[in-house]
Design a binder for this molecule. Structure first.
Ligand code: HEC
Length: 193
């Protein structure tokens, strides 16, 4: 649709609203330094996977989980951050309020290529999502606490988490990263100054 030649006021207004809500949802209206979690969290603290993270988020880093036997990796994890997170972290040394982190989990395939024995992301298993919330604004929701919202999503359903309690589902595994706000920052070259 070419809005400059559209004479229909309703369509013009509607598309403006869509543009505004898109801008707000991705933190663009608030400035790139303050990522808004509106696009991934509703008022009750229900989290979902941001739909356009591969286009709009910044790549932080990736992890290759070695296979217990054989060659190459069993899994590859790819981590993205919402707009403004990298700049905010570089400036303040901590994750800005509303930061959203998405970790994709892939089963890996390994084969000989011209560069050597190479593992690549093959089948998406799902996503881990974390949302920075240092004021702990959802005290009654078991997916929120210790400064973050925490959730896992199976690949088939990016809207509804299957995790129920971050203290059971997530926290003990993130204990080694407690000093860096529960995040394994050493895996993310993009956060270094
Ligand atoms: C089996 C241990 C384990 C469990 C369970 C676990 N994590 Fe993690 N998580 C890790 C490790 C280790 C990393 C970094 C290395 C990697 O991905 O292999 C990580 C990385 C992440 C990242 C990328 C940012 C970072 O911290 O580096 C997110 C986001 C994440 N986890 C969220 C979650 C959420 C949400 C849950 C619970 C629903 C959860 N994790 C459960 C071990 C775990």
């Amino acid at each position: 649709m070419n809005t400059s030649t559209c004479t229909c006021a309703f369509v013009g207004t509607a598309s403006l609203l869509v543009l505004l809500s898109l801008a707000w949802g991705y933190g663009v209206a608030a400035g790139a330094d303050s990522p808004a979690p509106a696009a991934v969290v509703d008022g009750t603290g229900k989290i979902h996977v941001p739909s356009d993270y591969r286009m709009i988020y910044q790549f932080l880093g990736s992890w290759a989980v070695a296979g217990k036997q054989g060659r190459g990796s069993n899994a590859i994890h790819t981590v993205y951050a919402s707009p403004g997170v990298v700049a905010g972290y570089q400036r303040d040394g901590r994750f800005p309020e509303g930061s959203v982190l998405v970790k994709e989990v892939f089963d890996a395939a390994t084969e000989d290529m011209t560069t050597g024995t190479v593992s690549r992301s093959e089948t998406l298993k799902g996503w881990f999502v974390m949302v920075r919330d240092s004021s702990n604004s959802h005290p009654d929701n078991k997916l929120w606490g210790d400064g973050w919202g925490w959730a896992w999503f199976d690949a088939g359903d990016s809207r509804n988490t299957t995790s129920t309690d971050y203290k059971v589902d997530c926290q003990s595994c993130h204990l080694p990263a407690k000093a860096s706000d529960w995040i394994y920052v050493k895996g993310y070259p993009a956060l270094a100054k």
